[in-house]
Write a protein that binds this ligand. Structure first.
Ligand code: AMP
Ligand code: MG
Length: 700
């Protein structure tokens, strides 16, 4: 599902007059996957209709497919069409309105007369309401008084599913959309008549015509538009610009997914439920951040030590994903793009940690026993005690309550006796007992979380407590996974002699998801350069990074490295590492590609050791190193100098044991192991009890 051109129309109900550009006139955004036109301002609907027809004709003359979208409902709630025109077909309503609604260059129109006529047909006082005119209508009320829906639903299902959508029955008042529907549907009707079979209306019809009309709702872009407004752009202009850009640059399969539904009666809002994808796509035309030679190796180096290879990744990679602002709740598991500052102290006021009695510590002298009279009233969480507690008096106080004026110390209720008028207790009691100081946990203005952190559920609690409701995060890094090799078959399919099941793809997809990336399954490519190239094109269009396995060496059938070589960006990293053959690193259409060896053991080790830290940087999380534990060996081994070795390992009885075979064909060893042992680049003699670096899989 691709469109060459996307048009987004912000339809306006009012009549355009006064200075231009005005924020409530018609705004139109136009974008293709590679460019975005400056938002167009049109003063009247008549002008907009003429522009639309001319533009659609021009686009079709170039052979372009066009998505033209409008920000008003294409249909009324179920039942209305049938009552009005005798059929559920929404186009019947379009035609009915087109025959009656009048509009001109000055925006003079008869929509309230028509709404009143419809109400009269239904028996009056509904379903439409809201008359802002000087004239009165017997059938159309100024507000919702004596309102009747005449058995119709208040909203369509798609309007109930999203927060903040207005009912199309409301014709007047801030935010109301009803009057725009009455003025817009006749225009759509005429477009439909004019373009005939060339035009389809989604989701009443399948979206496969050269021109597709669809209903959109710019508020799905939420914070992205707010950001643009902050820099001075008119809200409606920003909405059509960003939404056309989003729909035009969105990966084809994502758009197809959004359009993959039909609703022949009530219609639907394109993109509803996909607000994250839209927001991201609206920001996605950022220039490439990585240069084509970012994986280049120094000339003449043959075997690169692991630390040097890691150092190069660290120095050359940068975040490649846009940032978006989201609620704290939806930021969990995402990466913070900015440091977060506490807006409020925690606790905000000094308070009590227990249920008990509060008083001034100066009320006591010596070791007790003590007796203090109680003041009237009590202090509880959320219920501030406004009075003063004089020295020598105590007050009933409950956990979380702010300390009343005059109170600095609290005694636990279990430690006192009380008759309701006095309390008696033993000493000594330390000044400040059982209280929490204001800001003792976090002070307002302190940096509570740093950019690059992957937000945890506990972080959501912390940020909420310190008054932070929105944070800036990096959009999740989309990582494509592609397997290559003629010998591979999909699990679940019959395998011929000489074929093997694709084991890497399920492993890598799961591992990436586990790390919080958005894993995109790019399938299997044969050992055929043209097909592999086309699959990389597809992958690069929808991913921020690609991991491939197989074909990464320099042999005849190593097509991954050959293709990357053709782009001029290939760097075949011969890393002094076991297991692992060369890694083929390069750029494909500005997207970094990590070509892993096909062997599953080598593929996993290279993913853990190299891909993980590289992807972390690309995602905005910064540089990361795996956590390791020094643990005694439960085995013996003599290691030669030259390569760093990673052995499949696990811990039992406090000792590290390794898999019985070091053979890199042993997929079962990956399953057996719970981590890796890292042996140094140099020679090593390992005996029982020798301390070793053990890296659990879960801590990479
Ligand atoms: P290559 O790197 O393409 O030379 O492949 C090295 C070895 O790994 C060969 O034995 C391949 O059959 C095997 N291999 C490649 N890709 C996969 C895969 N996705 N799953 C399992 N084995 C694979
Ligand atoms: Mg191969």
């Amino acid at each position: 599902m691709t469109f060459d051109t996307v048009i987004v129309v912000d339809w306006a109900s009012g009549k355009a007059s006064g200075p231009t550009p005005k924020k409530d006139a018609i705004w139109i955004g136009v974008a293709s996957s590679t460019s975005v036109e400056p938002p167009l301002y049109l003063r009247s609907r008549v002008e907009a209709e003429a522009w639309l027809i001319a533009r659609l004709i021009a686009e079709r003359a170039k052979g372009h497919r066009v998505l033209a979208s409008f920000d008003f409902p294409f249909a009324y709630p179920t039942g209305f069409a049938r009552a009005l025109s005798g059929s559920d077909d929404p186009f019947g309503v379009w035609e009915w309105l087109a025959a009656r609604i009048k509009d001109d260059e000055n925006g003079e129109n008869n929509r309230f007369d028509i709404a009143a006529e419809i109400n009269k047909f239904f028996g009056g006082n509904g379903p439409f309401w809201g008359n802002p005119l000087k004239r009165d209508f017997a059938e159309l009320q100024r507000n919702k008084a004596e309102y009747s829906l005449h058995g119709l639903p208040e909203k369509r299902q798609c309007e109930q599913d999203e927060k903040g959508l207005f009912t199309c029955w409301q014709l007047a008042g801030a935010g109301a959309v009803g009057a725009q529907v009455l003025m817009g549907l006749p225009v759509l009707h005429r477009l439909r008549e004019r373009f005939g079979k060339e035009l389809a209306v989604w989701p009443f019809e399948a979206a496969d015509a050269p021109i597709v009309l669809a209903e959109i709702w710019p508020s799905l872009l939420g914070p992205v538009v707010k950001e643009a407004e902050k820099s001075g752009e008119i809200r409606d202009a920003a909405q059509v610009r960003l939404l056309s850009k989003a729909l035009a640059s969105m990966p084809a399969i994502e758009l197809a997914g959004m359009m993959d539904l039909t609703s022949p009666i009530e219609g639907a809002i394109l993109g509803a439920g996909h607000s994250d994808e839209l927001q991201r796509a609206s920001l996605h035309l950022a220039p490439p951040k990585l240069s084509n030679d970012c994986f280049a190796l120094p000339v003449g180096v043959d075997w690169t030590p692991v630390d040097e290879a890691l150092g190069m990744l660290r120095a050359r990679l940068k975040p490649v994903v846009p940032t978006i602002t989201v609620s704290v709740h939806s930021a969990v598991n995402k990466i913070l793009a900015k440091d977060v500052i506490a807006q409020r102290s925690n606790p905000p006021l000094p308070n009590t940690a227990v249920d008990g009695y509060g008083f001034a510590s100066k009320s006591l002298s010596g070791d007790g026993p003590f007796e203090l009279p109680l003041v009237k009233g009590r202090a509880a969480a959320g219920l501030r005690f406004d009075g003063h507690v004089p020295k020598g008096f105590a007050i009933r106080i409950l956990t979380g309550a702010a300390l009343p004026d005059g109170v600095d110390t609290v005694i636990l209720q279990e430690d006192v006796r009380s008759d309701g008028l006095r309390i008696a207790f033993n000493g000594p009691v330390k000044a400040g007992s059982n209280t929490r100081r204001a800001g003792e946990d976090v002070g307002a203005g302190e940096t509570v979380l740093r950019a690059g952190r992957r937000m945890t559920p506990a972080d959501a609690a912390l940020l909420s407590a310190v008054g932070v409701s929105q944070v800036s995060i990096y959009a999740p890094l989309r990582v494509g996974v592609l397997s290559t090799g003629d010998e591979l078959v999909e699990t679940g399919q019959p395998a011929q002699d000489g074929q093997i099941y694709d084991a890497n793809r399920p492993m890598l997809l799961a591992q990436l998801r586990d790390w919080g990336f958005e894993a995109v399954d790019l399938g299997r490519a044969p050992d055929d350069r043209a097909t592999l190239g086309a699959m990389l094109d597809g992958g690069a269009a929808q991913c921020d990074a690609i991991i491939t396995s197989g074909g990464a060496s320099a042999g005849d059938e190593d097509h991954m490295s050959a293709l990357l070589e053709e782009t001029g960006s290939l760097a075949l990293w011969r890393i002094a590492l076991k297991p692992g053959r060369p890694l083929a690193l390069g750029m494909w259409n500005t997207v970094p590609v990590f070509g892993l060896p096909g062997n599953p053991v080598a593929a996993l080790v290279c993913t853990l050791v190299f891909a993980r830290p590289a992807l972390n940087i690309l995602s905005g999380a910064g540089w990361s190193e795996p956590q390791c534990f020094l643990l005694p060996a439960a085995f013996e081994k003599r290691k030669r100098a030259g390569r760093r070795e990673f052995l499949r390992a696990r811990v039992r009885d406090g000792h590290v044991e390794v898999f019985k075979s070091e053979g890199s064909g042993r997929i079962s060893s990956l399953s057996w192991a719970e981590g890796l042992v890292e042996l140094p680049d140099g020679a090593a003699l390992i005996e029982h009890g020798t301390p070793l670096r053990y890296l659990p899989f879960g801590l990479f």
